[in-house]
Design a protein around this ligand. Structure first.
Ligand code: UT7
Length: 406
C-alpha cells in the first residue's frame, strides 16, 4: 500500500527511480526594450522602474516569434546538453499563460517540431508558478515509474497580452523561454520534494480574461472595459502575497526533503521584483546573494523566468554537483510552488557529435513528416469527395498507421 505523507505524494521516498535534471536550455528574442524606450510609450522613467523593480531592460518577441518558437529553441538546447534524441522523450509539458491557441497545446506544436513522436504533450496553466508545477508533474511521473524522460518548458510572449497604456504592468514583463530535461535514474538525487499551493479567492488580482470568461457573456459586458486577452494586476496586493509565501513555501519544501535552509547553495525564485527577492531573503534569514537574480536584463517573463535564471546560474558556475537548490514560483491564481533539487547534471547518451547529427536529422525528418501528413490529409479529402465509397487513401493511411502501431 502507498504510504501517504499528509496527503501529499510520497516524494521524499528514499528508493528510486529518481528524477534527475540532465539538460537545460534557454532562448530569448534579440529585440531589447529598455526603460528609456518605455519613457516614450507611457508616463514613466528609468529611475522609478529601476528603484521599484530592479528592471533595466526586457526582451520583446519579433513578429515571426511566438511562445512555441521560443520554447522550441530552448528545448533543442536542452536536448543538446542532455545529449538525447527527441524520440527518447516520453512527455513534454509547457507551462505558459500565452499559448498560441487555447488548443492545441503549445506542447503539441513543439512535440511536432522536435519529432518527438513517442511523447505525450500538454500545456499547464499556473501563471508564474507554472514552471515549478510542471516540473513537479514531470518528476512525479518519473518517480512513479510510468515514464523515463520528460521535457519541461516555461515559455511566454507576455508582450502580446500587455496593455501598453497601463504603466503598472507594461514596464514589468518580457518574453522568453527556458527548458529542462528530466531523466529517470536509480542514483539518489534530482527533484527531492515539492510543495504546490493555490488560493483562488485572489483570482482577480492578476488576470487575463479570455473567450470563456463569465464577464464576457453577460449582455451588458463592455468589451473595451473588459480588455479581453489583456493582463490586469493589483500590484500592491500581489506584492504582499508574494513576500508572504516565498519563505514559507521554501521552508515547507526543505522540511519535506529533510533539509534546512543552510543546506541550500542557491535559491532560484520567479523574477518578479528585486524588492520581493530582498524581502524573501529577510524572511529566510539568508543573504540576498543566495538568490539568483537576473531581473535587470529580462524583467518578469512569467513561467519562463525560473528556467532562464537557472540556465544563467549554471552558465555562471553557480551550481555544482551535489548542491541542493530551491526553485520558487508565485503569481496569478493565486498559485505558488517550491521544489528542492539535489543537482547531479549527469550526462547521458551517445558520443556528442553523433548525437547532434542524429538530432538534426530528426528535426529535418519532423519537418518533412509534417508536410507529407498534411498533404496526405488534403489529398484524402479530395479523393473522398470524388469517390466517397472508395476512400482508398483513407484505407491506405489506416493501414500505414496500423503498421506503425504494430
Ligand atoms: O509575476 C507575478 C507576480 N507579480 C508580482 O509579484 C508583482 C508584484 N508587484 C510589484 O512588483 C509592485 O507592486 C509594482 C512594481 C507593480 C508597483 O510597485 P509599487 O511600489 O507597489 O507601486 P504602486 O503601485 O504602489 O504605485 C506607487 C506610485 C503610484 O503613484 P501615486 O499614487 O503614489 O501618486 C503609481 O501611480 O507609483 C506610480 N507608478 C508609476 N510611476 C512611474 C506606478 N507605476 C509607475 C510607473 N512609472 N511605471
Amino acid at each position: 500500500m502507498v504510504k501517504h505523507n499528509n496527503g501529499r505524494l510520497p516524494n521524499t521516498q528514499d528508493n528510486g527511480p529518481y528524477a534527475h535534471v540532465v539538460g537545460w536550455g534557454m532562448a530569448v528574442p534579440d529585440r531589447i526594450l529598455t526603460n528609456q524606450d518605455l519613457e516614450a510609450i507611457v508616463e514613466t522613467n528609468d529611475e522609478w522602474i529601476q528603484t521599484r523593480t530592479g528592471i533595466r531592460e526586457r526582451r520583446i518577441a519579433g513578429e515571426h516569434e511566438s511562445t512555441a518558437t521560443l520554447g522550441l529553441k530552448a528545448a533543442q538546447r536542452a536536448l543538446e546538453v542532455a545529449n538525447i534524441l527527441p524520440l527518447e522523450l516520453d512527455l513534454i509539458v509547457v507551462a505558459t499563460s500565452t499559448p498560441e491557441h487555447i488548443f492545441p497545446s503549445t506542447a503539441s506544436l513543439i512535440q511536432d517540431r522536435l519529432g518527438a513522436t513517442k511523447a505525450g504533450a500538454f500545456d499547464l496553466s499556473a501563471a508564474c508558478a507554472g514552471f515549478v508545477y510542471a516540473l513537479n508533474m514531470a518528476a512525479q511521473s518519473i518517480r512513479s515509474g510510468s515514464i523515463q524522460t520528460a521535457l519541461v518548458i516555461g515559455a511566454e510572449t507576455m508582450s502580446r497580452v500587455l496593455d501598453w497604456q497601463d504603466r503598472g504592468t507594461c514596464i514589468l514583463f518580457g518574453d522568453g523561454a527556458g527548458a529542462l530535461v528530466l531523466k529517470a535514474s536509480d542514483e539518489t538525487g534530482g527533484v527531492r520534494s515539492s510543495v504546490l499551493r493555490s488560493d483562488g479567492s485572489g483570482w482577480d488580482l492578476l488576470t487575463i480574461p479570455s473567450v470563456g470568461s463569465r464577464d464576457s457573456n453577460v449582455p451588458e459586458a463592455n468589451p473595451d472595459e473588459l480588455k479581453m486577452y489583456k493582463m490586469t494586476m493589483n500590484g500592491r496586493e500581489v506584492f504582499k502575497f508574494a513576500t508572504r509565501v516565498i519563505g514559507e513555501s521554501i521552508t515547507q519544501a526543505l522540511e519535506m526533503a529533510g533539509l534546512q535552509v543552510d543546506d541550500l547553495t542557491l535559491i532560484v525564485p520567479h523574477q518578479a521584483n528585486n524588492r520581493i527577492i530582498q524581502a524573501a531573503a529577510r524572511s529566510l534569514n539568508v543573504e540576498p546573494a543566495m538568490f539568483m537574480n537576473n531581473i535587470d536584463r529580462y524583467g518578469n517573463t512569467s513561467a519562463a523566468s525560473i528556467p532562464i535564471a537557472l540556465c544563467e546560474a549554471l552558465e555562471g558556475g553557480r551550481i555544482h554537483e551535489g548542491d541542493h537548490i530551491a526553485l520558487c514560483g508565485f503569481g496569478g491564481g493565486l498559485a505558488w510552488a517550491s521544489i528542492v533539487v539535489t543537482w547531479t547534471g549527469a550526462e547521458t547518451g551517445e558520443p556528442r557529435t553523433l548525437g547532434k547529427q542524429r538530432r538534426q536529422l530528426t528535426y529535418l525528418g519532423a519537418n518533412w513528416r509534417r508536410r507529407i501528413v498534411r498533404w496526405g490529409r488534403r489529398l484524402d479529402n479530395v479523393a473522398n469527395r470524388i469517390h466517397p465509397e472508395r476512400g482508398k487513401l483513407s484505407r491506405l493511411r489506416h493501414k500505414f498507421d496500423q503498421q506503425k502501431l504494430d
